[in-house]
Design a protein around this ligand. Sequence first.
Ligand SMILES: [Zn+2]
Length: 411
Amino acid sequence: MNFPKQQVIRWINEQKEDILEIYKSILRIPALAPKNGGDGEWDKAQKIIEIITSWGWKDWLEVVEVPDPKAKNQSRPNIIITYNPENLSTPAIVSVAHMDIVPVGDLSEWDHDPFDPIVKDGKLFGRGTEDNGQGLICSLYGLKCIVDLKLTIANPIKVVIVADEELGSTYGIRPLVEQNRFSPEDIVVVPDAGVKSGLEIEVAEKKPFQVHIITEGHQGHAARPNDALNTQPVANDLASKLFEELHTRFTESDPLFYPPVSTFEPTKRVNNVENTNTLPGRDEQWWDCRLLPNAPVEEIKKVFQTTAAEIEKKWNAKITVNIRTRDIKIPTINADTPVVRRLQKAIGTMIEGETTLVGIGGGTCAAFFRMAGIKAIVWGHMDHKAHETNEYCVVENLYTDIAIFTAFFTA
Ligand SMILES: [Zn+2]
């Protein structure tokens, strides 16, 4: 059908205040994973359910609870809203946003209470505004616009709001995909990454590759290094050799991605001793690597193992290397697939310019769909403030994106 742009824009203009108020009421409720010091998504999910129930959507609602003993009510709730008044058959047009957030970080760096969102200079500040509240509110209102204006649809629409995206989706989209709640033909957009212009669509992601390395020596007094085996220089030697070797050997690049190469970064280091005059006898370091789809995974694993063995011998320490990666290809979505064409058309109704297809470092809900053979793409219209202090979303983008979702759902 032809997208009734003027009618949709008028509807959004009439709702602007409501949209902001509803959005703020959701943002006021943190949803932190137990591993991040919170109690999960229960309260936020109840709020969202309360809102959509007040819209008269109760019958379209399914809540899939994934058990988690550490969360409130031992449950991580996921919400699936299915709109299909004509009983249309598949494929469904699906959007997937997540309600969990990351911790606020250093509170003193925030200009305002991260859980009392405020609008300043056209920006809505608060934790979860961009990641992923914007995608959540825009897909909800994209559907509300269709319902309120009684727009014709050709496919069922599913708005999916999941838990646990930030820590790997064990209690979120992963079990939903594994339970076959989606069909292979479904058309899926994940509004959880993007650029300022709104003109980039993410169609590929790198493969996550994580390494945890434990170095063991002997703790001792700082004045008597001969009686100890200080793990600090051992682990440093290992880290710098690995860094050098990985960055000189695996330089293959693919212009689809930003950055265009596989990345190999040492990240977390565990606090080794409490005081400054003890030589640490144990060191733990982590590496976060993101590999291009065609990166030689086995060779990279070997570099970690052989370098560790070398350093082990050189220093007479004990080094254990644990590698975590998924031995699975995450397929790239071609330009010529219905989901890409549909989204390009929807973006084009509101934003001028050519869309480009890109690959990113990875870690969104889309990977789980792709691994299951379902074509999912990632799109957003954002300033890259996710996980930062003073996170915000641009208020005008909210209204534009609602119209884009309306177009994407109806197309
Ligand atoms: Zn996110």
